[in-house]
Design a protein around this ligand. Structure first.
Ligand SMILES: C[S@@+](CC[C@H](N)C(=O)[O-])C[C@H]1O[C@@H](n2cnc3c(N)ncnc32)[C@H](O)[C@@H]1O
Length: 448
């Protein structure tokens, strides 16, 4: 029931699963008769159903005698929940069918419950692999369509990820599979405020892979229960984001190194790490964010930073600061988020290729601002949490073409020990290769 309510909210109100679910779980706990195991199951049902929607739609389409768009959305949600239980969990067939039909009776009525029962009985005739054999077009005929059904991604997303990743079938399959796996929770021990040793005393904590400030929590680890996190000395932050901030902070620089800018700072994850690093070096961070309420989140993330910093709400394309002010500038621009699909189960179905056109001018404008804001000899980090080439290399190439006084730096040595960083000079991280979100970073030095 709770999983159904969450799916309806995601469908009807364009809600985010990770925002809708916690209050529903809290309410269920308050009512009683709902424990941690029930919460884990409900979460798995919602996330799993949303992630696998592409595959499940193909299976359901093969079991109903009309186009899926003619099936009422609430009926489709109930069916998808049932299909996920049948094909994506170890719940026994009879339990999956009877629980889903019972749910259908309550939320849809007897007539439609019969329809749900009939469809689920057909679905239960085969397991997931057998269904994929039946409903996915053969790889040799249409590789992208095949992968889209098998790994439940929109075809255009498969295509975009493959363009950026390059290589053959094995790599893209691993990447798409990684998007469907639950990501680990990673913490950052903000330098000068917490240590990894402190975080590693927590149960189920293990060291990060690449960032010296990272600690990973095994399944079930609760960041909110950790004192350093509650006090803001540590935070939840993907290792890819940590690496981006660290690479910018450690890029070689001649001359002054006292003024740093984060021009797209909200909600403040990278700004908090940069501010802590800046404090260790005697530098000041200006954290700027267009949306005032997100600037508020940045202020919260930076509170207690041991060194000086300032948070402002400002449009990065019309900056209030003077050109050439900063030694280091981070522009972590708004993007499609195609690099963080494992965290947002519904995002892949909401995004449209047209979204890229909306971001393109803003991303270019913000990178131009970054280059104008840094002093000659200073360094800009252009970052996205999308690997789409239209948001990464194309933006950097276009802007640098019109800005003769800037050169790309090789970012790879600034991510020491991280393998598989490609030919450079920019870097693209990948969930299946690095265990991080697919963050992109280009480092640019202003030369004139
Ligand atoms: C990818 S997020 C940044 C994430 C952040 N660096 C972090 O690590 O927490 C991009 C941010 O840019 C902000 N933004 C959008 N347009 C902007 C603009 N014109 N100027 C400044 N910030 C902008 C968005 O509100 C969003 O908070």
């Amino acid at each position: 029931m709770l999983a159904f309510e969450a799916l309806r909210a995601v469908d009807e109100r364009d809600a985010y699963a990770n925002l809708v679910l916690p209050p529903l779980l809290r309410k269920a706990r308050e009512k009683g008769d709902f424990d941690g195991r029930d919460a884990a199951l409900a979460t798995e049902l919602v996330y799993g159903t949303l992630r696998r929607q592409g595959t499940y739609d193909a299976v359901i389409a093969a079991c109903v005698d009309r186009p899926l768009r003619e099936v009422d959305p609430p009926v489709l949600d109930v069916l998808s929940l049932g299909v996920h239980q049948l094909l994506g969990t170890r719940i026994p067939t009879h339990a999956a069918v009877s629980a889903t039909v019972e749910l259908a009776r309550v939320v849809l009525g007897d007539g439609r419950a019969k329809f749900v029962n009939a469809v689920l009985r057909k679905v239960s005739q085969y397991d997931l692999d057998e269904w994929i054999e039946r409903v996915a077009p053969p790889y040799d005929e249409d590789p992208e369509d095949h992968l889209a059904v098998v790994h439940s991604h929109p075809r255009w997303v498969v295509s975009a990820l493959w363009d950026s990743l390059g290589g053959g079938r094995a790599g893209i399959e691993e990447l798409l599979a990684a998007d469907n796996a639950r990501p680990e929770v990673t913490l950052v021990a903000r330098p000068g405020r917490a240590t990894t040793e402190e975080l590693l005393t927590e149960e189920a904590a293990v060291p990060g892979r690449w960032s010296p400030y990272a600690v990973r929590l095994a399944e079930g680890g609760e960041p909110g229960a950790i004192e350093a996190v509650r006090e803001g000395r540590a935070g939840v932050q993907d290792e890819g984001s940590q690496l981006v901030a660290l690479a910018l902070a450690n890029a070689p620089l001649d001359g002054s190194d006292s003024k740093w800018l984060d021009g797209c700072a909200g909600p403040g994850g990278k700004a908090a790490l940069l501010a802590a690093l800046a404090a260790e070096r005697g530098a000041v961070l200006l954290a700027s964010e267009k949306q005032p309420h997100r600037a508020g989140l940045v202020a919260k993330a930076l509170a207690g930073n041991p060194g000086p910093y300032q948070v402002i709400a400002a449009d990065g394309t019309r900056p209030p600061w003077r050109p050439g002010t900063f030694d280091r500038v981070l522009m972590d621009v708004p993007c499609t988020g195609l690099g963080a699909l494992r965290r947002r189960p519904e995002a892949r179905w909401r995004r449209r290729p047209e979204d890229l056109d909306g971001f393109a001018p803003l991303q270019r404008g913000l990178l131009r601002t970054a280059l104008d804001s840094v002093r000659v000899g200073g360094v800009v980090g252009y970052a996205t949490c999308s690997p789409h080439l239209a948001e990464t290399r194309a933006v950097v190439d276009d802007v640098l073409k019109q800005h003769p006084g800037a050169e790309l730096l090789d970012a790879r040595p600034l991510l020491p020990g991280v393998p598989d960083l490609g030919e450079g000079p920019d870097v693209q991280l990948w969930p299946h290769l690095h265990g991080t979100d697919a963050m992109y970073l280009a480092l640019v030095r202003r030369t004139a």
